[in-house]
Write a protein of this length. Structure first.
Length: 326
């Protein structure tokens, strides 16, 4: 019994140390971190992102999603950008990341920054700034991004598989996953609103249409008219077709996502799950009124997410190429 107590205490202390280190590292971030070392950094990022989004507005959703997929795996350290090697399968090759797009945008931003400020701006910060600009360029809010992150040197496929919540997640799974990253239930429901832009492959929600409980049935929590509509686009076992997550305005950042969720037209089970919790449901309903706080809240929650297990100070490195460790 004494040994068990000692082990429990040791585990608690290790968790506490990790939590304190996370907080300490996050305090190493600040708005305007590059004001002296690369004063035009954010202008360069925005100019480059604008050139891509103006030609291909559909890139905004994937670029925003990339930040989420980076931060939830090993923290916001740019590890999602690293290529696999002969001896290691990287996060990039995990199934949830196979549909990520926008790597050329990151590479172009990095190249432009290296030309003006060699070895200064991290790839981890680039992802955070690109996500902000992708949102603001699609009619979304603009927020100040604390910077100062450094790049990680480790990227493992298993970490991505174990840490990224699937679109089939229940509200309890979502809440525990976000809590483990130091995020609140409010952050969960706010960041879910990112589904207002972007598209999805049919495979991410096909079970809701054709085989929800293993009996060739549809998800009863989804509006049957919406089910019928989606079935015209997504046939069984369709792995190539994509559909808008927010039909009609998937390239415009707005509150329509919450309208869809309230009408039981959220595309994923994780969207529908927001109606099964009193706190998240109340937030969904608030966004349907003139008192909507989504724009302001989204920036705040993105800042919160951007603090997950960051590397600062002398930790990590500043990569020369975002897809390779130095």
């Amino acid at each position: 019994m004494a040994v068990q107590k000692l082990l429990s205490l040791l585990v608690f202390q290790l968790v506490l140390v990790a939590f304190v280190l996370d907080i300490t590292n996050a305090q190493g971030l600040k708005v305007g971190f590059y004001s002296n070392t690369c004063p035009n950094a954010e202008k360069i990022v925005k100019k480059t992102v604008t050139s891509f989004i103006s030609r291909s507005p559909s890139l905004a959703g994937p670029l925003l999603r990339m930040f989420f997929h980076d931060c939830f795996v090993r923290g916001c350290d740019g590890s999602v950008l690293l290529n696999s090697t002969s001896s290691n399968q990287a996060e990039k090759d995990a199934f949830p990341n196979l549909s990520l797009r926008g790597y050329p945008v990151i590479d172009a931003v990095k190249a432009a920054l290296e030309q003006q400020c060699r070895g200064v701006v991290s790839c981890a910060d680039i992802i955070a700034l690109v996500a902000r600009d992708a949102v603001s360029l699609t009619n979304g809010p603009f927020w100040q991004v604390p910077t100062g992150r450094r790049d990680g040197r480790v990227s493992k496929i298993t970490d991505a598989l174990n840490n990224l919540p699937p679109p089939s997640s229940s509200i309890s799974t979502l809440k525990s996953t976000f809590a483990a990253k130091g995020l609140t239930v409010k952050d969960l429901v706010v960041l879910s609103g990112a589904h207002t832009i972007g598209v999805s492959h049919c495979t991410s929600f096909a079970n809701r249409l054709y085989n929800f409980t293993g009996k060739n049935d549809s998800d009863p929590s989804m509006d049957p008219n919406y089910v019928a509509q989606l079935k015209t686009k997504c046939k069984p076992n369709d792995a190539t077709t994509i559909v808008e997550m927010d039909p009609g305005s998937s390239e415009k950042f707005d509150v329509d996502y919450y309208t869809l969720v309230s009408k039981r037209r959220g595309l994923f089970q994780s969207d529908a799950a927001l109606l099964s919790d009193s706190t998240t449901k109340a937030y969904v309903q608030l966004q349907l009124t003139s008192k909507s706080t989504f724009a302001k809240d989204f920036g705040a929650s993105m800042v919160n997410m951007g603090k997950i297990s960051v590397l600062t100070g002398k930790s990590g490195e500043i990569r020369k190429k975002c897809y390779l460790v130095n």
